[in-house]
Design a protein around this ligand. Structure first.
Ligand SMILES: Cc1cc2nc3c(=O)[nH]c(=O)nc-3n(C[C@H](O)[C@H](O)[C@H](O)COP(=O)(O)OP(=O)(O)OC[C@H]3O[C@@H](n4cnc5c(N)ncnc54)[C@H](O)[C@@H]3O)c2cc1C
Ligand SMILES: *[C@@H]1O[C@H](CO)[C@@H](O)[C@H](O)[C@H]1NC(C)=O
Ligand SMILES: *[C@@H]1O[C@H](CO)[C@@H](O)[C@H](O)[C@H]1NC(C)=O
Ligand SMILES: *[C@@H]1O[C@H](CO)[C@@H](O)[C@H](O)[C@H]1NC(C)=O
Ligand SMILES: *[C@@H]1O[C@H](CO)[C@@H](O)[C@H](O)[C@H]1NC(C)=O
Ligand SMILES: *[C@@H]1O[C@H](CO)[C@@H](O)[C@H](O)[C@H]1NC(C)=O
Length: 464
């Protein structure tokens, strides 16, 4: 049963459910730890390594078969060449360098993917967008951004929230004479859904100083060997039995006092496990679907249910059939500022393996791997017919795929106006639960830094 927002019966239903489920976990092996961490992506893995280094015992519960979350690396079967098709790069700062060093990863210089020779094409009909290029944001954009320093490393809004931040981005650009920056600001990477519907607040929070330092100044590092997943494989080797892969929490209890701790029934490939921990770090996307098993109370349901993530998919394509010296980026021939149509492929980028591309796919609703690959194949066949020098007989193959859904949960102008982000911050530590995933900042390096700032509080709570 799904908790609803309809009042006080919620926590009763949730706890009644939990007791049922706990009974089902009876007899399971007991795992006792200081901290339980849900989700082993960028934020969760960082928390696990650093909590252990500070003398805390941890257990990570990860739904997938590997750590790394949005970081996905495909290895070309003939050459072994690593191809990152999710996360591409990290911000060059001390947090990133320290984490690389801790996991024996050698840092090297990286570049923003958009530097490849781009062709802009309307993927709905194959027509090229003429005379189109993507400029960097202008000084005007930077000036606007600097008005909102509280969006740079989180969403710590003043009260009342400035109404201008709740305008949609087109409205904001119009009002503040920023329309010359439309193409630059609409071209931000890995942004799901309809770009024209985003609130100005989210544009500034995402296209922030850290991202612009990467994009404009090249303040970027990557794994020198090109394999961004090595970080997470090394972390897995280090954490070893402190990670439960292919595992999900079926039900959970979280006490109101620190000493009440956290109890979780977890379904794993080796049967049910019963986790007894002092504190819970929640680093998976903070949406109702992921938090339902944790017996949310009314306050938590009221906050979490306001957030929704976007629909985003990535994958690898071989036997692509198009000239391999270009990237192919989707833009609309007749849309406002040539914004790409959705649902659809965002772009195909070349890799170090000739003829192998990675692609990103944006949607308004959840899609299966088969649906995404069918549409992507249709797009490639269309481009093969319209791009000069293509091989129309090439049959694309799709050896790797990742769903990034629900990506970067966001909420409505109304909820923000009512102060939901203050409530999100006030949830930290409530019922022994801490939120570290990408709810307040988007990039890995900032997530690591913010997680680092939160660790002393989590540790203190675990020692009460
Ligand atoms: C295509 C793409 C490219 C990106 N490129 C970059 C980039 O180059 N640089 C950058 O800094 N940022 C990039 N980002 C942003 C990215 O969101 C962050 O860098 C970062 O990976 C987010 O980390 P996270 O820990 O919040 O989420 P995730 O990495 O998604 O981690 C969440 C983890 O929780 C797991 N999980 C989900 N639900 C459950 C559940 N119910 N129970 C247990 N586990 C669960 C997931 O499997 C996942 O492993 C990119 C994002 C996307 C989608
Ligand atoms: C890093 O390398 C050292 C020395 O080879 C090794 O002892 C350690 O286990 C490695 N750690 C990780 C996380 O790979
Ligand atoms: C593109 O630019 C060229 C050269 O500046 C110009 O001749 C042409 O008319 C432009 N085409 C479009 C569609 O704007
Ligand atoms: C709007 O911005 C442009 C530069 O992008 C500038 O040339 C113009 O003078 C500005 N207009 C107003 C009314 O400020
Ligand atoms: C890309 O390759 C095609 C032939 O496949 C060639 O005509 C074109 O000039 C090349 N473009 C660049 C930018 O190298
Ligand atoms: C980490 O976050 C803190 C607090 O917001 C900030 O002062 C610091 O500059 C950040 N450090 C890095 C390396 O980004």
């Amino acid at each position: 049963m799904k908790p609803t927002k309809l009042g006080s019966s919620v926590s009763f239903i949730a706890s009644a459910l939990a007791i049922d489920d706990l009974a089902r976990c009876r007899g399971a092996e007991v795992i006792t730890r200081d901290i339980a961490i849900i989700g082993g992506g960028a934020a969760g893995t960082y928390a696990a390594i650093n909590l252990k280094d500070r003398g805390k015992s941890v257990i990570v519960v990860e739904r997938r078969g590997s750590l790394g979350g949005h970081t996905s690396t495909y290895h070309d079967p003939t050459t072994g060449t690593p191809i990152n098709y999710g996360v591409q790069l990290h911000h060059e700062d001390s947090t990133t360098r320290d984490f690389y060093a801790r996991l024996n990863v050698t840092a090297g210089p990286g570049s923003f993917p958009e530097v490849k020779t781009p062709l802009y094409i309307d993927f709905t009909d194959g027509s090229p967008i003429l005379n189109y290029s993507i400029p960097q944001p202008s000084e005007n954009y930077f000036q606007a951004l600097h008005k909102y320093p509280y969006l740079e490393n989180g969403i710590e809004l003043p009260d009342p929230v400035p109404e201008e931040l709740l305008l949609t981005w087109p409205e904001y650009m119009e009002r503040f004479n920023l329309t010359n920056d439309a193409i630059a600001t609409y071209s931000r990477p890995a942004t799901p859904g309809d770009l024209t519907k985003y609130l100005a607040l989210y544009v500034f929070n995402y296209l922030n100083t850290v991202l612009l330092e990467e994009q404009v100044e090249g303040k970027i590092i990557v794994n020198a060997n090109g394999d961004l997943s090595e970080l997470y494989r090394n972390a897995l080797a280090e954490l070893d039995s402190d990670v439960l892969l292919n595992s999900v929490v079926v039900s959970g209890q979280r006490g109101r006092k620190p000493t009440d701790g956290v109890k979780l029934c977890v379904s794993t490939p080796k049967g049910k496990k019963w986790i007894v921990a002092k504190q819970l770090v929640f680093s998976a996307p903070a949406v109702l679907k992921n938090l339902e098993p944790f017996s949310l109370d009314e306050r938590e349901v009221n906050i979490i249910s306001e957030f929704e993530g976007g629909f985003y998919y990535t994958g690898i394509v071989t036997d692509f059939g198009l000239p391999t010296n270009y990237s192919y980026t989707n833009r609309g021939q007749n849309t406002e500022y040539h914004i790409a149509s959705v649902p659809g492929v965002v772009m195909f980028n070349p890799t170090n393996v000739e003829g192998t591309y990675y692609y990103w796919y944006n949607s308004f609703s959840d899609m299966t791997r088969e649906q995404v690959e069918t549409d992507t194949r249709n797009t490639i066949k269309l481009l093969q017919r319209t791009v000069t020098g293509a091989d129309v007989s090439a049959e694309p193959k799709f050896p790797a795929f990742k769903s990034h859904t629900p990506l970067h949960p966001i909420t409505s102008a109304d909820a923000i106006r009512r102060g939901i982000y203050r409530e999100v911050y006030s949830l930290q530590g409530y019922r022994n639960t801490w939120y570290t995933g990408s709810l307040l900042v988007p990039g890995s390096s900032q997530l690591w830094n913010n997680t680092n700032q939160l660790l002393p509080r989590i540790i203190a709570a675990s020692e009460q």
